[in-house]
Design a protein around this ligand. Sequence first.
Ligand SMILES: [Zn+2]
Length: 293
Amino acid sequence: MELLKKCPICGSVNTNLFLTANDYFLSGETFSIVKCSGCGFRYTNPRPEAEALGKYYQSADYISHSDSRQGLFASVYQLVRKYTLNWKKALIRKYNHKGDLLDIGCATGQFLHFMTAEGWNTTGIEPDEKTRKHAISEYGLKVFPEETLDEFKESSFDVITMWHVLEHVAELNPRMEQLKKLLKPGGTVIIAVPNCDSYDAVKYGQFWAGYDLPRHLYHFTKTDVDRLAGKYGFTIVNTLPMKFDSYYVSLLSEKYLKGKMNWMPAFWNGFWSNVLAGRKRGYSSQIYVLKMR
Ligand SMILES: [Zn+2]
């Protein structure tokens, strides 16, 4: 295990234990989240060593193989996915029309495939070799391992997206530095992460699927994203909800809590999470649109 000695956002060395929770998804092992005394940022500490983290991802379930699934759940999933792809496209168009798009953590490349068809020049980063090869062979995309981020030229991309990725990134500050370097002037960075201030996060506590220990190394609120982005000259120009996530995360959380699929309570908690989100608490997962100041 690796112990972080200071807060990745403010550098404070003082922390309090926030909660301990199990890896309900895979290993069953117990991990802790600490809360920084300086800025309130919550992060997984200690965390598995970089080389050991891979084993916590070794499950086919973690990669969405929904194309082969059958039944009602699959149909709903496909509908939501189609809707989400169009919604993401519309969001990006508000800030940049066409150009060079980098998706970090592109998985099997469905989003990039969709955006390529929309006329974008797309590039993906995917650390998992199998998944990367799938994206390349299935869609003919340009997808590279994580180290390639260092090799791209300065000001290469109009838009950089990270959909539920930043919470997995081992080195937070160098990654923010890279985003700053790779973005063209006038470009946009879009970051989607779970929000541990949301109603469902508080409701489920240690069973909240958004903590997803030890895969999620950081547990962001809007304040945290704002502070981190600010260190690199970015400012949040828009915050948007991911309203389907509250249902999905509640369903998983119910499973972790009760050991089975509990559709109705999950639906209600997901529903209330969206209704009660408000400005301060926020939604289960949120999208932050960043621009250079
Ligand atoms: Zn801090």
